[in-house]
Design a protein around this ligand. Structure first.
Ligand SMILES: Nc1ncnc2c1ncn2[C@@H]1O[C@H](COP(=O)(O)OP(=O)(O)OP(=O)(O)O)[C@@H](O)[C@H]1O
Length: 658
C-alpha cells in the first residue's frame, strides 16, 4: 500500500527500535558484490607469481639483482634512518593496523550524524581481505628472507609477499580513498597525499631492515591495492559522486524528472506534498534524494519550503491554510520535526520524518532508519500512524508541542551549552562533552503535581517529561514511554555523589542491554501509600532516578531553571507544565515498525480536526494547587505557530551552524 490508499492505524507499543545502514535491493546488491569474485583469481595470480619468483625465474634479471639491493641497504644503515624505519614498521605492524582499523571503523559508525556503514565496511573489509589473501598466498609460496642481517625478528611466514606493505596499502590507501571521496574542501587532497606516502615509505623501510626482497614489497603493494580496489568496487563504486542537486525553489514546484525505471509499482496518483527543509541540516544531496523518492512514489505536486531560525517550519502553516495537504515531509532534526508537529497536530495531515539532525530522537524512537533516504523510502511504503504529542507551557514559555521530551535542569543546560562547532564535527557526542561540564551543578528544589494528585516536594538535578523514552545509543531514559500510550512519562534525576552517578549509569546500561526487560518495577515511594489513581511512581538506581506517569504534569522550581523542548533551549523559568494530546499527530511509519496494526476503522483519538476547535486532552477536574492557581483541566489547544500573548519567549536556537 502507498500513501494513496492509506488508512489510519495505531502504532503498537513495541514499535520501537532502530536500524541503520544500507538498504539495497537484492538485484543491486548482487551486482555490487560481483567484484568480490575477482578475489580467487587474484590469489591464483599472486601464487603463480610467487612460485615463478622462487622457481624458474629466480635467476632472471631483475630478480637476480635483488640480493644486491638488500646488501646496499644493509651497508648504508645509520642511526637516524634505522629509527625512522623502525617507526614505519611499527605503523604497519599487525597490532597497529588492527588498532587503527578498529578505531576508524568505530569512528565512521559513531561520529557522523548518519553512521557511515558502507565506508566502515569498506575499510575493515579491505584490511581483512588483504590479510586473507596474504595468508593464503604464504601457504603456497615459501620464500626465505634476504641473506643480510635482519633488524626485526623474522616471522615464520614466507618473505613473499610483504605483509606490512600489503596491510599499509589497504589501511592507509583506504583512508586516503575515503578522504578524497567523502570529505570536502581542498585539504582532503593534502590528507590523502599524506596517507598515500605511508605504503611506499613502509616498503622502503622493509628493504632497509633486511626483511624483504624488492619483489616481496612489490607483491605486497599489488596484494593491498587489489584488495582495496575489489572491496571498493563492491561497496563504494555505486555511490560515487552525487547527481547534481535539484533546484529547490522556495515555494515552487520541483522540476519533475521522468519516473525512473525502478518506480514503485503501485505508485499513487499525484499527491499534494509539502517538504519542509532545514537548509543547514538537510544537504543538497539529501534534498535531491527526497525529490527523486517522492517522484518514484508518484507524488507530483510537491512544494518546498525552507526553515529559518525565526520560522522553524518555514511556510508550512501558509500551505496548510491554503488548501489540503496530504503529506508533510520534514527534512531536519528534532527541532524542525517539533515545529512541524506543532503546526500539524490534530490536522489529519501525515508527517514523514527525514532524519537530518544531530539527535533525530523521534526517528530513532519510532524505529525509522537513520539514513535520510531510507527513512523516507520506508515511510512512504508504510502507513500513517497516530502518535501522541506533548504540550508544554510555562512562565515566559509560549505553549507549544513536543514529540520527544521536554525538561529542565541538567539536560537543558547540556543542550544550551553544547558547542556548535563540536556538534558539527562530533555530532551528538558534543552533548556528552557538554554534559560532563555540568555533572557538578547543584540540584534544583521543585514541586511536582501529577494530574490532580498531591503536590510532591523533591530535589533533582534534572526533570524530563517524555513522549518517547530512548536517547542516543538506545539509552532508556524513560523505559516505559510509548508514543501511543496516551500518557507522558516523567523522570527525576537526583544522584548523590559519584556513587549515585555510577548507579544511574549502571541502571541505564543495564536497561540498554536488557531492552524492555529492564523496565523498572512499580513500587510505592511514599511508605506504603499506593500510587494515586492514574499515576505510577518508581524509584530506581538507589533512589537516584524516580519515575512517574501522568497525562498532565505541573512542575514548579524554587529558582528559575534552564528549560528545553525537544532539544531547543527555552528561556529560564520557574514553571513547566506538560500535558499529553493523545494520538494528535499522524506520522508515516514503515510497516516493518508496526508489529501489530489496529484495523483501519480504529477510533480516531485525536479528536477534533484542524482549526480553532479544541484538540483532545485528558480529563482533569478543576483543582487548586498549593500556589492557589486554578487548573481547569487541559488548556485550550495551541493554534499552530501561535504564541500566547503573555510575553512568551520563542524557543532558542542552540547552534548557528550544523
Ligand atoms: N535556516 C536556518 N538557519 C539557522 N537556524 C535555523 C534555520 N532553520 C531552522 N533553524 C533553527 O534550527 C533549529 C532546529 O534544528 P534541527 O531541526 O536540526 O533540530 P535540533 O533540535 O538541532 O535536532 P537534532 O538534535 O535532531 O539535530 C530550530 O531552533 C530552528 O530555529
Amino acid at each position: 500500500m502507498t500513501l494513496c490508499d492509506a488508512h489510519v492505524i495505531t502504532v503498537h507499543p513495541a514499535a520501537t527500535g532502530n536500524t541503520g545502514g544500507m538498504t539495497t535491493g537484492s538485484g543491486a546488491a548482487a551486482g555490487r558484490t560481483r567484484p568480490l569474485l575477482l578475489l580467487p583469481p587474484l590469489w591464483a595470480l599472486m601464487v603463480g607469481a610467487g612460485l615463478l619468483i622462487t622457481g624458474p625465474a629466480a635467476t632472471w634479471w631483475p630478480l637476480s639483482a635483488e640480493g644486491g639491493v638488500n646488501a646496499w641497504f644493509a651497508g648504508h644503515r645509520t642511526g637516524a634512518a634505522t629509527a625512522v624505519s623502525e617507526w614505519l614498521t611499527l605503523v604497519a605492524s599487525t597490532e597497529s593496523v588492527i588498532g587503527v582499523t578498529v578505531v576508524c571503523v568505530l569512528a565512521l559508525v559513531a561520529l557522523p550524524r548518519v553512521p557511515r556503514w558502507r565506508e566502515a565496511v569498506f575499510l575493515g573489509g579491505s584490511v581483512a581481505a588483504q590479510s586473507a589473501l596474504f595468508l593464503l598466498i604464504t601457504l603456497c609460496v615459501q620464500r626465505p628472507r634476504p641473506v643480510v642481517s635482519h633488524l626485526d625478528p623474522a616471522p615464520p611466514t614466507s618473505s613473499f609477499p610483504s605483509g606490512h606493505v600489503g596491510a599499509s596499502v589497504a589501511l592507509y590507501g583506504g583512508l586516503a580513498a575515503l578522504a578524497v571521496t567523502r570529505l570536502r574542501g581542498p585539504w582532503r587532497y593534502v590528507a590523502a597525499a599524506a596517507l598515500l606516502v605511508v605504503p611506499p615509505a613502509v616498503a622502503v623501510s622493509r628493504l632497509y631492515r633486511g626483511m624483504h626482497h624488492p619483489s616481496d614489497v612489490v607483491g605486497g603493494l599489488v596484494n593491498g591495492a587489489c584488495a582495496l580496489l575489489v572491496i571498493g568496487a563492491a561497496l563504494l563504486a555505486s555511490r560515487g559522486r552525487p547527481a547534481p542537486a535539484p533546484t529547490v525553489r522556495e515555494g515552487g514546484r520541483l522540476p519533475l524528472p521522468r519516473p525512473a525505471e525502478g518506480a514503485v509499482a503501485d505508485a499513487p496518483v499525484a499527491r499534494r506534498v509539502v517538504v519542509v527543509r532545514h537548509p543547514l541540516a538537510c544537504t543538497e544531496k539529501v534534498a535531491h534524494q527526497v525529490r527523486d523518492i517522492l517522484v518514484r512514489h508518484g507524488c507530483t505536486d510537491v512544494r518546498w519550503t525552507s526553515t529559518t531560525a525565526e520560522r522553524p517550519c518555514g511556510d508550512l502553516a501558509a500551505y496548510t491554510a491554503a488548501g489540503r495537504v496530504d503529506l508533510v515531509v520534514v527534512c531536519g532534526g528534532d527541532g524542525t520535526v517539533r515545529a512541524c508537529a506543532d503546526a500539524l497536530a490534530g490536522s489529519g495531515t501525515a508527517l514523514a520524518v527525514v532524519p537530518c539532525g544531530t539527535g533525530n530522537l523521534l526517528a530513532r524512537n519510532l524505529g525509522l532508519p537513520v539514513r535520510p533516504a531510507a527513512a523516507l523510502e520506508e515511510a512512504l511504503r508504510g502507513d500513517p500512524v497516530r502518535i501522541d504529542v506533548g504540550r508544554v507551557s510555562g512562565d515566559g514559555l509560549a505553549p507549544t508541542r513536543f514529540t520527544v521530551m521536554a525538561g529542565a535542569g541538567f539536560d537543558a543546560v547540556m543542550v544550551r551549552d553544547a558547542s556548535p562547532r563540536l556538534k558539527t564535527s562530533l555530532g551528538w557526542l558534543a552533548y556528552v562533552v557538554s554534559a560532563v561540564r555540568h555533572l557538578g551543578d547543584p540540584p534544583m528544589r521543585l514541586t511536582i503535581r501529577l494530574d490532580t494528585g498531591d503536590v510532591r516536594r523533591r530535589r533533582a538535578r534534572m526533570v524530563v517529561v517524555g513522549n518517547v523514552g530512548s536517547l542516543q545509543g538506545g539509552v532508556p531514559l524513560l523505559p516505559d514511554a510509548r508514543p501511543d500510550s496516551g500518557r507522558l512519562e516523567v523522570v527525576l534525576l537526583d544522584p548523590r555523589g559519584g556513587a549515585g552517578w555510577l548507579a544511574v549509569a549502571a541502571h541505564l546500561l543495564r536497561g540498554m542491554t536488557r531492552g524492555r526487560s529492564g523496565r523498572p518495577a512499580v513500587v510505592s515511594t511514599s511508605a506504603g501509600t499506593p500510587p494515586a489513581a492514574g499515576t505510577t511512581e518508581r524509584l530506581r538506581a538507589r533512589g537516584a532516578l524516580e519515575y512517574f506517569s501522568a497525562a498532565r504534569v505541573d512542575i514548579r522550581f524554587a529558582e528559575p531553571q534552564a528549560r528545553e523542548v525537544d532539544g531547543d533551549c527555552a528561556v529560564e523559568g520557574t514553571r513547566l507544565v506538560a500535558e499529553v494530546e493523545p494520538g494528535a499527530l499522524l506520522v508515516q511509519l514503515p510497516r516493518s515498525r508496526q508489529p501489530a496494526l489496529a484495523p483501519a476503522s480504529a477510533p480516531d483519538r485525536s479528536g477534533p480536526r484542524p482549526g480553532p476547535s479544541p484538540a483532545p486532552a485528558p480529563a482533569a477536574a478543576p483543582a487548586d494547587d498549593e500556589h492557589g492557581d486554578r487548573h481547569d483541566g487541559p488548556a485550550a489547544p495551541v493554534r499552530p505557530g501561535r504564541a500566547t500573548p503573555a510575553a512568551p519567549a520563542p524557543l532558542g536556537r542552540t547552534r548557528d551552524v550544523l
